[in-house]
Design a protein around this ligand. Structure first.
Ligand code: GAR
Length: 210
């Protein structure tokens, strides 16, 4: 069984979707721990109730980013993960941390990368008059919101959308594509080519049009 550690900073709805699909679909994997940089992250209580080990590591207790990341890696590595999943983990990670988990660190970002990396993705898409928006699951590399793309979901942007309406529409698809991507990883279906592109061994569609 593959061992998955999930990092969250808040409600953890993507974490919940992954835990639920993992159990319901009988993946060859277990979510062995959920770790947050915020003790008040509501997702921690949800995971605890389901018997999953949880830990909070307050980034404010560390002198700098490198010190926090070193402690975080130590905490993660105690669970010997095959895969580390960033699910709304709102911290920029150091290059050393990212390289330590090279090829086994996934993130979901609420935009169609490479457009709209960073924050306020939905408002920026609306402001640009985008007609579609979406979410991207990708392997993490040291450059923020870059890295080999595993799967993308596309949703329409309607003329009367505000940030919250668009975020909710995108989030529903995040809950589909993130579990699917994680499942592909633990089943050994994903390959990163020499060109940096990710393919699915059996040729499954790596996009979703909602
Ligand atoms: C999700 O929309 C995720 O894509 C986003 O935070 C939200 C977390 O929700 N992540 C980022 O913006 C990372 N740059 P959740 O805690 O309910 O999963």
């Amino acid at each position: 069984m593959k061992r998955i550690v999930i990092l969250i900073s808040g409600r953890g709805s993507n974490m919940q979707a992954i835990v639920e699909r993992c159990g319901a679909e009988g993946w060859p994997a277990n979510v062995v721990a959920v770790i947050s940089n915020r003790a008040d992250a509501s997702g921690l209580a949800w995971a605890t109730e389901r018997g999953i080990a949880t830990q909070a590591l307050d980034h404010k207790a560390f002198a700098d980013r490198a010190a926090f990341d070193a402690a975080l890696a130590q905490c993660i590595d105690a669970y010997a993960p095959d895969l580390v999943v960033l699910a709304g983990f709102m911290r920029i990670l150091t290059e050393g941390f990212v390289r330590h988990y090279d090829g086994r660190l996934l993130n979901i970002h609420p935009s169609l990368l490479p457009s709209f990396g960073g924050l306020h993705t939905h408002q920026r898409a609306i402001d640009m008059g985008c007609k579609v928006a979406g979410a991207t699951v990708h392997f993490v590399t040291p450059a923020l919101d870059h890295g080999p793309i595993v799967m993308q979901a596309v949703v329409p942007v309607w003329p009367d959308d505000d940030e919250d309406a668009l975020a909710a529409r995108v989030l529903r698809q995040e809950h589909v594509i993130y579990p699917r991507s994680v499942r592909w990883f633990v089943e050994g279906q994903l390959r990163i080519g020499a060109d940096g592109r990710v393919t699915h061994q059996a040729g499954e569609a790596q996009w979703l049009l909602a």
